[in-house]
Ligand binder design. Structure first.
Ligand code: DX5
Ligand code: ZN
Length: 236
């Protein structure tokens, strides 16, 4: 687990929209393009209307790169499967606060007990207040700026404006925890995202559909950083 907030905006590649027939190469491509993390979208066809991949795929990708893995579990029963993703080598695991409440604390506890970063994600329609009962177990708040389930959707700017800065302020600004934004991350939205003090920007289609992935990574990071700097402790 981190001991303090990232000093610059981090970019995490979501491989959801990559060439899934060459997933290992697509992870290597993102690493070569300068991303900081790999964001793994796990969907069960129940919590969201799509099915992606499981821990066996994560395990295989773990052999491809040393980059940190952020698992994003869009599954109805995270408590049942979380240990598999930890064993597969995820550095952080984020589940959704909208699953059955009795599952959330035990799953976050399992992640923390394994010495990894524990996170909760909130759908666009879910208020940040839903996170209140779990504050003591959170290292990551992931704000969804699209309805979870698919890549390539339009960025919900109103959700970002309403939630990012409050999430940052709520989640110990001086500490080690991170705010992630997920959905529609690209150069055109990076300023709004950075202004909210976001630490990690997830980008999928913006990277895998880019002519020049490295240029897009650098663009996202520099635009977000310029806007984010004023939100850092001692910078305002
Ligand atoms: C959507 C996923 C996102 C998605 C991001 O449910 O959680 O991680 O893949 O892709 P883009 O950046 O294309 O919105
Ligand atoms: Zn995601």
């Amino acid at each position: 687990m981190n001991d303090r907030r990232p000093s610059r905006t981090l970019v995490a590649a979501s491989v959801l929209d990559s060439d899934l027939g060459a997933l290992g190469d697509e992870v290597r491509r993102a690493e070569a393009a300068g991303v900081d993390r790999i964001h793994l979208d796990v969907m069960d066809g129940h919590f969201v209307p799509n099915i992606t991949f499981g821990w066996k795929t994560v395990e295989a990708l773990r052999r491809v790169t040393a980059l940190p893995f952020d698992a994003h579990l869009m599954i109805a029963q995270p408590g049942r499967w979380v240990n598999r993703f930890l064993d597969a080598g995820c550095d952080s695991v984020t589940l959704h606060v909208e699953v059955d409440a009795d599952q959330v604390r035990p799953a976050l506890g399992q992640i923390r007990a394994a010495g990894r970063s524990a996170g909760l994600s909130v759908k666009p329609g879910t208020p940040l207040a839903a996170l209140d009962p779990y504050r003591d177990l959170l290292d990551i708040v992931m704000v969804m700026t699209v309805e979870p389930g698919f890549g390539g959707q339009a960025f919900l700017a109103d959700v970002a404006a309403a939630k990012l800065a409050p999430a940052r302020a709520w989640l110990d600004p001086g500490g080690a925890s991170e705010v992630h934004v997920d959905g529609g991350g690209r150069g055109e939205t990076a300023e709004a995202i950075g202004r909210g003090g976001t630490d990690v920007i997830v980008a999928g289609s913006a990277l895998y559909r880019a002519q020049d992935m490295a240029a897009e990574v650098a663009r996202i990071r520099s635009i977000a950083d310029a806007a984010r700097t004023s939100t850092l402790p001692g910078q305002g």
